[in-house]
Design a protein around this ligand. Structure first.
Ligand code: SAH
Ligand code: SF4
Ligand code: F3S
Length: 446
């Protein structure tokens, strides 16, 4: 039987989709080329904004209708955050679904499918139970991979549904993280991204190191120690992690980023707003100045570090003045990249009880303004890179022009260059930047 997984949502969902695909492949299923030849289509869903759910629900409706007409035996399933949030309601919203599995049920998918084959559809599994250990996934031929280190989230940002759908924070034992990275390297991976909603909280809730172990680098807190252990895996060329939070940007974390050769000068650290009033109502746990201090410490210690961020515009009560603070704040920090979201009330969160008082048109306007600012900012940042020599991890022929090759810098920028003899995919080369656009650096191997 052939399956297809379609993914919405964040990197955690990308990772989960890879894990579920690997699991199905081990069970003897094969990958479909597209929707037309798939016997099972599984949609991995996100609940973070209303739009994300609407998109998945729309897609599911179309798939069910198409299957009824043209592929009556095809099974349509759903997984991920929206399943955890909606439960059986999902079957009312989309009649005709075969099954739905929540965020803690992936390893039980074969059993769920068995039930469907026995005629028990629709089958729902939103039970608890951690299956992260048992399930890792790697897409053959890929140079980079996501590795879960911290599941769930213990923060309670007032707008956010993630803690509800992903559960309590739980850190994987360091040994199994390192074992997975070793395994990935053996399969040809040279870059890993360690994943956690607030990844620097790693090891705060549960013990992650065997008793008595000592970090050779003298790191005391669990996350820098984990970075050191992953950096030490033979053959790993690059280590990234996401998402950051100012509280985790300790002197030790900064030292780890400076000292550990594979750890890249790049961090996604969502600030959400530059207004203290809004930050407090969002319950983010920092002020704009504290965020600036954290970003400043990274920028001072790691010249050229690229910081990216997330911003929410139109949070309840956000005035023009609050918004202006955010604009100025983003300029002051000089983010390399920013994902801007219009606030979307999520039922069950504290902020959903407050009036959603910024009209959609105004949210749109603020969104556009920040996008414009960001485009200008990145242009200036990239312009300043002309003439720089940057380490690029070679990925292979460029998508746009196969005669040229592309790769990524340590700061996660795409670099395009002419291939040279003896340089292979998965190797690092030095590229001298000659020309830039907002999204790409062009140059030649030095
Ligand atoms: N754990 C990460 C963020 C995960 S959700 C962190 O806190 O750093 C990804 C992004 O979605 C958030 O950073 C936020 O900008 C956005 N987001 C979350 N809830 C939202 C909502 N209700 N409306 C609009 N954007 C939201
Ligand atoms: Fe949501 Fe806040 Fe947790 Fe991020 S840290 S997942 S925004 S509750
Ligand atoms: Fe990620 Fe969306 Fe779930 S952001 S954790 S897929 S709600």
């Amino acid at each position: 039987m052939k399956f297809l997984v379609i993914t919405y949502g964040c990197q955690m969902n990308v990772r989960d989709s890879e894990a579920v695909s690997a699991l199905l492949a081990r069970q003897g299923y094969t990958t479909a080329e597209g929707e037309a030849d798939a016997d099972i289509i599984l949609i991995n869903t996100c609940s973070v904004r209303g739009k994300a759910e609407a998109k998945a629900l729309g897609k599911l409706g179309l798939l069910v209708a198409d299957s009824r007409r043209h592929h009556p035996k095809r099974i349509i399933g759903v997984m991920g955050c929206m399943v955890q949030r909606l439960g059986t309601e999902l079957f009312k919203k989309v009649p005709g679904l075969g099954f739905a599995i929540g965020t803690h049920a992936m390893s039980r998918l074969p059993r769920v499918l068995q039930d469907v084959f026995e005629g028990k559809a629709p089958v729902l599994d939103t039970d608890e139970g951690d299956d992260c250990e048992a399930l890792t996934g790697h897409v053959e031929g890929k140079l980079s991979a996501y590795v879960n280190v911290l599941l769930g989230c213990d923060r309670r940002c007032t707008y956010c549904i993630v803690p509800t759908v992903r559960g309590q924070e739980w850190s994987r034992p360091a040994e199994s993280v390192v074992a997975e990275v070793r395994e990935l390297v053996a399969q040809g991976v040279c870059e890993v991204t360690l994943l956690g909603q607030s990844v620097m909280n790693y090891g705060r809730r549960n013990a992650v190191w065997p008793d008595g172990s000592v970090s050779p680098g003298g790191y005391e807190t669990p996350f820098p120690r984990l970075l050191e252990a992953v950096d030490a895996v033979e053959g790993i060329q690059r280590v990234r992690f996401t998402s950051g939070h100012p509280s985790g940007c300790t002197a030790e974390l900064v030292r780890a980023m400076v000292e550990l050769p594979a750890v890249c000068e790049h961090l996604h650290i969502p600030c959400q707003s530059g207004s203290d009033l809004i930050l407090e109502r969002m319950r983010r746990g920092y002020t704009a100045d504290q965020f600036k201090a954290a970003a400043g410490a990274l920028q001072a210690a790691l010249p050229g570090v690229a910081l990216s961020t997330d911003i929410i515009v139109g949070f309840p009560g956000e005035t023009e003045e609050d918004f202006d603070r955010t604009r100025a704040f983003m300029e002051e920090i000089g983010f390399d990249n920013a994902f801007i979201f219009k606030y979307s009330p999520r039922s069950g969160t504290p902020a959903a009880e407050w009036p959603d008082d910024v009209p959609d048109e105004e949210k749109k306007r603020r969104n556009q303004l920040l996008l414009g600012d960001q485009a200008r900012r990145v242009e200036a940042i990239n312009d300043a890179l002309i003439g720089a020599q940057l380490e690029v991890l070679v990925e292979g022929p460029s998508l746009r022009n196969a005669a040229r090759w592309s790769g990524r810098t340590r700061t996660n920028k795409v670099a395009v260059f002419d291939p040279v003899a003896g340089v292979a995919r998965g190797e690092c080369v030095t590229v001298v930047v000659e020309r830039v656009t907002a999204t790409t650096l062009y140059g030649k191997v030095s």
